[in-house]
Design a protein around this ligand. Structure first.
Ligand SMILES: [Zn+2]
Length: 298
């Protein structure tokens, strides 16, 4: 029987869904190859054949990509993510202080076998207050310049991004994939639909929804954020936007494999009023295929 979920378009092999510091220190001396093989084995057992990694600073996703074919898995990765110095992104990447440095790091990622470039545009959600972020996003001009630089190098770009004021310029610049994308307004969602041939949105609801009941944050706030994202997913799909399944597996409370299944459940719940399960599956498969084609070195 075909598995319900065939791929996860946003995961981090280096993270283990428990505590990020311990997870990363597992690989501090060298990549823990047994650990990586164990995770890939779980993907294989679940019948999953595609993983797109969001990057790390220890060569873990690069190692996973090298051995994944042994498990029948197409594994794509950016080597490491990049963020502007002083902003969010240390967990999964390195900092650039100017555009020259960004260009050099991009070349370094490519030399290390990156399939695409990953950039951190925004901060992370504040789970104490819906609508609030940990920091300001990059200014629109910088977002446009970075996207252009990646495209000029002949690569696709995956953006960690939230809020309309960051997402809208990213869509207009032709960013290939928008990760998370919380707090988009109607104008932004309409632009997403209009640019469906250029841009895919990965709403990653599991990292929020899976924390409900954990006692770490107010459940009511988490529920509000999840509901808001699900409403936007429905609006976007009804207006023709391209949406794919990516769980951010490895993030707190989002284990590899089951995180993707959880994400499927959140998306299904969001789309139940307007799409049959068969239609949802078909849509997610088509959009995963679109990502498979675009996020690889041609
Ligand atoms: Zn991520």
């Amino acid at each position: 029987m075909e598995p319900l979920v065939r791929g996860d378009c946003h995961a981090h092999m280096i993270l283990d869904a428990v505590y990020w510091k311990d997870a990363i220190s597992r690989h501090s001396e060298a990549v823990d190859t047994d650990y990586v093989r164990g995770v890939l084995e779980r993907y294989r057992e679940a019948g999953m054949t595609y993983v797109r990694d969001g990057g790390d600073t220890h060569g873990v996703c690069q190692y996973a990509a090298r051995i994944a074919p042994e498990y029948g898995i197409e594994y794509r990765q950016p080597a490491f993510a990049m963020h502007r110095k002083g902003r969010y992104g240390n967990i999964v990447g390195f900092a650039y202080s100017d555009l020259n440095e960004f260009r050099m790091m991009m070349q370094m990622a490519v030399a290390q076998g990156a399939d695409f470039i990953k950039i951190m545009v925004s901060g992370i959600l504040d789970f104490h207050e819906a609508g609030k972020m940990s920091c300001e996003p990059l200014p629109p001009e910088e977002i446009r310049t970075l996207v252009d630089m990646v495209h000029d190098a002949g690569l696709a770009v995956m953006l960690h991004i939230n809020e309309s004021r960051a997402v809208l310029p990213a869509i207009e610049a032709g960013a290939d994939s928008l990760e998370h994308g919380f707090y988009m307004d109607e104008e932004c969602l309409a632009a997403l639909a209009e640019h469906r041939d250029a841009t895919v949105w990965i709403p990653s609801i599991a990292p929020v929804g899976n924390q409900i009941g954990s006692g770490r944050f107010p459940d009511e706030v988490l529920r509000t954020i999840v509901r808001g994202q699900q409403e936007r997913v429905r609006y976007a799909v009804e207006h023709g936007a391209r949406i794919a399944l990516g769980s951010d597996a490895g993030a707190y409370a989002v284990p590899h494999v089951t995180g993707a299944q959880d994400e499927y459940r959140y998306l299904k719940e969001a789309l139940a009023p307007c799409r049959t399960e068969e239609e949802i599956q078909k849509m997610l498969r088509e959009n995963e295929e679109w990502i498979r084609r675009r996020f690889r070195r041609s």
